[in-house]
Design a binder for this molecule. Structure first.
Ligand code: KIV
Ligand code: ZN
Length: 504
């Protein structure tokens, strides 16, 4: 069965506290979602502001392949605004639970039902596709919910949606009300689940299993309060979990990670590291037992292959590390210690781990080179020099000179601050050469005062998905940041060179 994916990142997702997108940002997200293969997007709530109307207009004029819906209350003015925004598909809603009727809408059940029917009829009379939502459906008295859905179906709704507005449903109850709704409407039914109890995906799956053919989701699960069911979790659960029935979606799963990163960056919400599918740690392994297992067969500790969602497996050393995982990491850089040397390197790693330290790839390599008696790690990129200028009334600007494999390269760029400018200038050079991008940047102050030592940790990634982390400690934030990035770039280039050698 093909499950329709209705993405509401641009509407419910944008209702996340602190998120507000410009029309250009909304359009860029809409294009990404379309590329990902969603069947429909909810582009926004056109009546709420001029900017929102403009954004939805831009999206409806773009010629995307997916269907585009806009949210409306059951109010004519809202539906007219949706039409003004170029929409031919509305998602109209009114609350039906007693708690919302009494305390928010100050309406009786019959009045709400009448409004719902009027809106559906009006939308249909204007030639629109109409999806009707009974807001707070899961806390609506069950017989009344059936009545509402039955009546809007008779009024001509094309689809109905069951919102679990405050994430209060259990999977069992979601299944029951989905069965009711399918039976009473005979229409395509959607489920729209919030994550207040961490059950949004489980509830959506239960609804689908009970007959819903569409799920409303957001990328990274963003949305009001604890968010909505996340697209990546739901679509991968449908694709990979051992259901009796085979489910499919039109999502191009290999684009999931890239889309998640793009949305995270655009909306400014960091994905928690342990988030399923898209979190930084979802395909990372540190413990010796796990890395050993994964190295002999990834299925031992990975339910799906990272490549399926556009990711790569990565290993980390630390106090839980084992010799197999550590040697596999070193081998990626062409370092092959003897058994005795491996033992010594691992001991040093564990001492650092016991001190609570996170060991970066570059640190592991320098421990290894100490043990192996190699003075310096091979460096492909040398920092020949850099300068930055910053101040009030002028945009921070940086000039960087790198020597890469004997050739000089110059990069200049602006940034929001001097560090950003310097790193942008470096990326201008390395981006051209090896498509290396800085993915993560962390800054910590080690001691107090204005002359405090700072510690910069960075992670860089190349076009092949290789990732390398590095750390640098120093007094000057810009110099320390530049050094950490150059260290990481050196390692990632070495890793890539070795991979290319192995292929040829
Ligand atoms: O969660 C919800 O109830 C909603 C409605 C607007 C459908 O987002
Ligand atoms: Zn919602």
């Amino acid at each position: 069965m093909n499950v329709r994916i209705f993405d509401t990142t641009l509407r419910d997702g944008e209702q996340t506290i602190g998120v507000s997108l410009s029309p250009d940002q909304k359009l860029a997200i809409a294009k990404k979602l379309d590329e990902l293969g969603v069947d429909a997007i909810e582009a926004g709530f056109p009546v709420i502001s001029e900017g929102e109307l403009k954004a939805v207009k831009m999206i409806t004029s773009e010629g995307l392949s997916c269907e585009i819906a806009g949210l409306t209350r059951t109010i004519k003015k809202d539906i007219d605004a949706a039409i003004d925004a170029g929409l031919n598909y509305i998602h109209t809603f009114i609350a039906t639970s007693d708690i919302h009727l009494e305390h928010k809408l100050k309406m009786t059940r019959d009045q709400a039902l009448e409004k719902a029917i009027e809106a559906v009829e009006y939308g249909k009379s204007r030639g629109l596709q109409v999806e009707f939502s009974a807001e707070d459906a899961s806390r609506t008295e069950r017989e009344f919910l059936k009545k509402v859905f039955g009546e809007v179906a008779k009024a001509g709704a094309d689809r109905v949606n069951i919102p679990d507005t405050v994430g209060y449903s259990t999977p069992e109850y979601m299944a029951e009300i989905t069965r009711d709704t399918v039976e009473v409407t005979k229409l395509p039914v959607s489920v729209h689940c919030h994550n207040d109890f961490g059950l949004a995906v489980a509830n959506s799956l239960a609804g689908i299993h009970a007959g819903a053919s569409c799920a409303h989701v957001t990328i990274n699960g963003i949305g009001e309060r604890a968010g909505n069911a996340s697209l990546e979790e739901l679509s991968m659960a449908l694709k990979c979990l051992p259901y009796d029935q085979k489910y499919e979606t039109n999502i191009k799963s290999e684009l999931i990670y890239e889309t998640s990163r793009f949305i995270s960056k655009t909306v400014g919400i960091i994905v928690q590291p342990n988030k399923a599918i898209v979190g930084a740690n979802a395909f990372g392994h540190e413990s010796g037992i796990h890395t050993h297992g994964v190295l002999s067969n990834p299925l031992t500790y990975e339910p799906i292959s990272p490549e399926l969602v556009g990711r790569k497996r990565w290993l980390q050393v630390g106090k839980h590390a084992g010799v197999h995982g550590m040697n596999a990491m070193l081998a990626e850089y062409g370092v092959k210690p003897t058994d005795e040397q491996s033992k010594q390197i691992l001991e040093k790693v564990k001492v650092l781990g016991d001190q609570g330290k996170q060991i970066t790839d570059v640190e592991l390599l320098s421990i290894a080179s100490d043990v192996l008696g190699e003075k310096d790690l091979k460096r492909i990129v040398q920092l020949s020099g850099f300068s930055v200028s910053t101040g009030i009334g002028t945009m921070p600007y940086a000039f960087v000179k790198l020597n890469i494999d004997g050739q000089d390269h110059i990069g200049t760029d602006y940034g929001v601050g001097p560090v950003d400018a310097a790193l942008n200038a470096i990326q201008k050079i390395t981006g051209k050469i090896s498509e290396i991008r800085i993915k993560d940047y962390g800054l910590a102050s080690i001691s107090g005062g204005s002359s405090a030592l700072c510690e910069v940790t960075v992670k860089v990634e190349d076009a092949l998905g290789n990732k390398v982390s590095a750390k640098s400690v120093g007094e000057d934030i810009v110099t320390t940041s530049v050094k950490a990035v150059i260290d990481a770039i050196n390692r990632i280039m070495l890793k890539k060179m070795l991979q290319e050698k192995q292929v040829n």
